[in-house]
Design a protein around this ligand. Structure first.
Ligand code: PLP
Length: 355
């Protein structure tokens, strides 16, 4: 089969060896004659995998031995929009509003208390990251979304605050070196740079818990999940296994430092190509451009058809922009090769000869 260049925003491309080992495990897990879909979540084999995955997830963020724990929970990042305020919001939290996902998080927080918008880029359809704003003291926590998957913007620096800091890192976790130890709780839907959809990874410092007086149902309670070592109930065994394989792959590549170098090359090639052509433009402000989700549009709408046809010929798939932004979005997650970005850059350059 010809190589397909899959720029999907999520669930995203995973490395071939993750697909192969996952498929093998479904057929015959570790030569046991049993499928991974049919082993017990309390079996020794699975507990070893879960523990190793929790350990790698911290190590790759540079958070091992720094008082953090990792949980693999069900429900995806949207469940954490709810779990975070359930566990941390007593009176008032601060949110930086940089896109649709931040907005969804804010809506959930409002169920539990005040969600004060500290800064917003909504005035320009979230095409930039606000800087230059004050963060008051004595908030229950401050929440930001490090990478805005839909709009293609990314925080370059971690917001400075003495409050508890929470980050939705769903779409750029493990893509770059970030001072994660400045953040108290990180969460991410695993379907971008971690594994197969359906889980969220939550990395947190236990000491931030226990300050609200509310009764927290067990499934929503981070403390309960910590007490049970991320096995409060039947785990998503296969989902965790895909995370295990993918994080192992990432370690083999040289970890986040090494993958960041490749990600920088991919983003530079694409943005330089866009900037050299006068008929296509980046959607986000240059200094806030995301290295994971590059959003762009053609000056004349009739060019879309030409681009679509060229993409089809070049086996480029899943590159349409989100409906709220329009245009196109090339997602450049860890497993996407530089070769795929070269194919896309060639297609854009070919358009020069046509338009
Ligand atoms: N936050 C961000 C930044 C996302 O990109 C997404 C999904 O793409 C979500 C949250 C929601 O994740 P989930 O679908 O796992 O609930």
């Amino acid at each position: 089969m010809e190589k397909i260049h899959n720029f999907n925003a999520g669930p995203c491309l995973l490395p071939d060896e993750v697909y192969q080992s996952s498929a093998q495990a479904i057929l015959n897990f570790n030569n046991s004659g049993v499928s991974i879909l049919s082993i017990s979540h309390r079996s020794e084999e699975f507990i070893n995998i879960l523990e190793e995955t929790r350990k790698m997830s911290l190590e790759l963020l540079g958070l091992q031995n720094k008082g953090y724990s990792a949980l693999f929970l069900q429900g995806g990042a949207s469940m954490e929009f709810l779990r975070v305020p359930f566990n941390l919001l007593t009176t008032k939290a601060g949110y930086i509003n940089t896109g649709n996902w931040s907005l969804k998080a804010i809506e959930q927080a409002k169920i539990f208390g005040q969600a004060k918008i500290l800064a917003s880029s909504e005035d320009k359809n979230f095409s930039y990251i606000p800087d230059n704003f004050e963060i008051p003291e004595r908030l229950d926590y401050v929440h930001f979304t490090s990478n805005n998957t839909i709009h293609g913007t990314q925080f370059q620096k971690i917001p400075q605050t003495d409050n508890v800091l929470v980050c939705d890192m769903s779409s750029d976790i493990y893509s770059r070196v970030f001072n994660c130890d400045k953040i108290d709780l990180i969460y991410a839907g695993v379907q971008k740079n971690i594994g197969a959809a359906g889980l969220s990874l939550v990395v947190l410092r236990e000491e931030i818990l226990g300050n609200t007086n509310r009764v927290i149902p067990a499934m929503m309670d981070y403390q309960e999940h910590l007490n049970k070592n991320s096995l409060y109930h039947t785990a998503n065994v296969f989902g965790v296994y895909t995370c295990f394989l993918n994080l192992k792959w990432l370690k083999k590549q040289g970890g986040v430092e090494a993958i960041e170098k490749l990600n920088n090359k991919k983003a530079a090639l694409l943005y330089e190509t866009i900037d050299c052509l006068d008929f296509v433009h980046g959607t986000a402000e240059e200094k806030n451009r995301s290295k994971m989700n590059a959003t762009f549009y053609f000056e004349k709408p009739e060019m879309n058809k030409i681009f679509d046809e060229l993409c089809l010929e070049a086996n480029i798939v899943n590159i349409k922009g989100h409906r709220t932004v329009g245009g196109y979005r090339a997602s450049l997650y860890n497993a996407l090769s530089l070769e795929s970005v070269k194919v896309l850059a060639d297609v854009l350059n070919q358009m020069k000869l046509i338009v």
